[in-house]
Design a protein around this ligand. Structure first.
Ligand SMILES: Nc1ncnc2c1ncn2[C@@H]1O[C@H](COP(=O)(O)OP(=O)(O)OP(=O)(O)O)[C@@H](O)[C@H]1O
Length: 308
């Protein structure tokens, strides 16, 4: 649904994006992650047809970004990282303005505006002035305007920036709902915990280069290397620790009062074997669970070059 093929962008002498290749399938929610200045907005603005590539190409919904930008615009709802609102405009007028720009007829516009206001929970603000809205509501209104022409693809640059925790949770719930409605979503964000539980795949970009991308589970798996298992005991922890320490796949053990963290170099069968040995040795176990790294851990490891 979205593809970048050898995309590169120079600003004068400065190479902002090196050579980016990326493929996002229909129905995915793709999290685009990178430190400030990594090249996320540059890539996003190219896909939204607002920026010319220095090298390479992109396609959205089967349309070439460089050769058929008008068709791409029909397919994309784009939310920039900072957007302006017009003074003296009411909420419905703001949406009407964009609906006219997308050449939606007058009768249909009324219905479309009512629908998106309903979806974004802004119906009660229909006749309020846009510049009097809170930041969270302005952000929701901007998301509403990306939907007026019912595009299959949404490209959202930092949609949650500057929002308080409650407003961020609301935006996240909305994005999940939009994905459920069949939209393909590309979202950039610095709030990694937020992306972790709503994205199906991620890409990590730094200094204009895509360091890693793929389904979120694959990325975790590639990072994980050794597996980290947390074991909580109700009894028999001394015996349990000697079983764990003598287990051939054990690489490291960090023990606390009634639980320990074990690093294992093994597969699923090995993990299960360790559990069986603990049970066979009559250890009381309250919890035996694999600990996944957080998206923050993944991001730090990849951008520090600890993983290739
Ligand atoms: N119009 C421009 N002229 C010159 N340099 C630019 C221009 N736009 C962006 N850059 C530079 O290109 C690099 C990539 O910028 P970009 O905005 O794409 O990064 P980003 O990953 O979106 O960062 P952020 O998370 O801070 O928004 C940065 O070093 C930036 O300073």
């Amino acid at each position: 649904m979205i593809e970048l093929i050898d995309f590169g962008k120079d600003y004068g002498e400065f190479r902002a994006v090196e050579c980016l290749n990326l493929k996002i399938e229909a129905g995915e929610m793709f999290g685009f992650i990178g430190p400030n200045g990594a090249g996320k907005s540059t890539s996003i603005r190219f896909l939204a047809t607002l920026l010319k590539a220095t090298r390479g190409e992109g396609t959205v919904n089967g349309h070439s970004v460089t050769r058929d930008p008008m068709a791409v615009r029909q397919s994309v709802g784009y939310m920039p990282d900072n957007f302006g609102v017009y003074d003296g405009m009411k909420v419905w007028e703001f949406l009407d303005f964009f609906a006219v720009a997308y050449r939606i007829g007058k009768t249909k516009r009324k219905q479309v505006i009512a629908d998106v206001l309903e979806l974004l929970d802004l119906a009660h603000k229909r006749d309020d002035f846009v510049n009097g809205l809170s930041r969270g509501m302005k952000q929701r209104l901007c998301l509403a305007k990306t939907l007026v022409h019912d595009p299959p693809v949404l490209i959202l640059d930092e949609p949650s920036s500057g929002l308080d925790p409650r407003a961020r949770i609301e935006v996240k719930a909305l994005l999940k709902e939009l994905r459920r409605m069949g939209k393909t979503i590309l979202i950039s964000s610095h709030i990694l915990s937020e992306l972790a539980d709503c994205c199906t795949s991620i890409g990590i970009i730094e200094r204009g280069q895509l360091l890693m991308h793929g389904p979120i589970e694959d990325v975790y798996r590639r990072i994980r290397g050794n597996r980290s298992i947390e074991v909580r005991f109700t009894s028999g922890m001394d015996v349990g620790l000697s079983v764990i320490r003598s287990f051939p796949a054990t690489r490291n053990v960090v023990a606390d009062v009634n639980h320990c963290l074990v690093e294992l170099d093994t597969d699923d069968a090995g993990v299960s074997q360790l559990l069986q040995q603990l049970v066979a040795n009559k250890c009381g176990i309250r919890n035996f669970a694999e600990k996944d790294p957080s998206l923050e851990d993944v991001f730090m490891m990849v951008t520090k070059g600890l993983v290739t």
